[in-house]
Design a protein around this ligand. Structure first.
Ligand code: SF4
Length: 343
């Protein structure tokens, strides 16, 4: 067997092709017994896989499944999504959060229709040029949809690889990322790369978990070099959490509620209760909490007679509220105070 130089920069030495093929075989055998039957592993249509990958960024599998199924019924292919109104796209995304993903998916569908006649190219370089598609998603698409032998490193795979290799440098550093992608590329087989990447990902989700990894049940424990798996992966220090207090207006006038359509990058196209410039004195109607990036927000909701806190936003009929794509925290406030359906 030829020897494969896996890396020399981090002093890892050499790993043999036997080592690599053992991992490949064990992962595949384990996955055939333990891999979950997920909807996006049954439907290999590239569009459906792209939808699932966008939805799974930052969201749990169990949460995504009903959204994924509902989405594919309404937008079954690139063409139907490309021509949809952004407001409707956002409304179908409502409940998943991180709306930039919905906007990017919409734009990606438009780009696939405009540039490739509605057919996703199989080349990960071309896929990677679509809006919102990073290196992981491009690799995942090429591998899952087209069975191409390319690596795909998501958080689960990063953790497994960092432990397999006992990687002691931060995985979110340039050197750490380079090392992970190199390892992933070395491990991906030409034979059934789709199954291999699914298996690595599944191992991270079910066995090589962030806390209490089940090493006793791990198919590659014989090849794993981690002596303290729970200490891995190492990450750079996080930004400290910043607490923020926001105030908003909840005002009903003649069966209408004051709302404003946001144009900022984060909430673009979503409707929110009008934000006040300062937090008023007095007791709010209710409070709601939400978080974004490293911010933890306490949203205080104030009522009062029309005009008492300014006339921000525009009046929306109460009966039309359920059709508006709303930011999740605002949708919860509206639902709580009016007991309206929000979906
Ligand atoms: S042996 Fe433990 S740490 Fe190593 S890959 Fe398996 S589950 Fe992860």
């Amino acid at each position: 067997m030829p020897r494969i130089r896996v890396a020399s920069d981090a002093g890892r030495g050499e790993k043999t092709a036997v080592y690599v093929s053992k991992i490949q075989q064990k992962l595949r055998d384990w996955f055939s017994l333990h891999g979950r039957d997920l909807p996006w592993r049954r439907n290999l249509d590239p569009y459906a896989i792209l939808v699932s990958e966008f939805m799974l960024q930052q969201t749990q599998v169990a949460t995504v499944i009903p959204f994924y199924e509902r989405w594919l019924k309404r937008f079954p292919d690139f063409a139907s999504l490309a021509v949809a109104e952004e407001q409707e796209v956002l409304r179908f995304w409502q409940g998943l959060g991180y709306y930039a993903r919905a906007r990017n998916l919409h734009r990606a569908a438009q780009a696939v229709c405009a540039e490739y006649g509605g057919v996703l190219p199989a080349d990960e370089v071309l896929i990677g040029r679509l809006p919102g598609v990073g290196r992981y998603t491009a690799g995942a698409l090429a591998s899952f949809a087209f069975n191409r032998a390319v690596p795909a490193v998501d958080a689960n795979i990063a953790r497994v690889l960092a432990r397999l290799d006992d990687l002691r440098i931060p995985i979110d550093s340039v050197a750490g990322l380079r090392r992970l992608w190199q390892l992933a590329a070395e491990l991906v087989p030409n034979d059934s790369p789709r199954l291999h990447n699914w298996a690595l990902m599944e191992l991270g989700a079910l066995v090589c978990t962030p806390r209490n990894p089940k090493c006793h049940a791990c198919p590659v424990r014989g090849e794993c070099q981690a002596s303290e798996p729970e200490e891995l992966p190492v990450k750079k220090a996080r930004r400290p959490v910043v607490d923020v207090v926001e105030a908003c207006l909840f005002q009903i006038e003649n069966h209408h509620l004051r709302m404003e359509r946001s144009s900022g990058a984060r909430w673009s196209g979503l409707w929110r209760l009008p934000r006040l410039d300062a937090v008023p004195e007095g007791t709010p109607l209710c409070e709601e909490r939400y978080a974004f990036t490293h911010h933890r927000v306490l949203l205080k909701v104030f009522g009062g007679p029309p005009g008492s806190l300014g006339e921000k936003g525009e009046l929306v009929e109460l009966s039309a509220l359920h059709r508006l794509p709303m930011a999740a925290a605002d949708a919860r406030v509206v639902k709580r105070l009016l007991d309206l359906p929000t979906g």
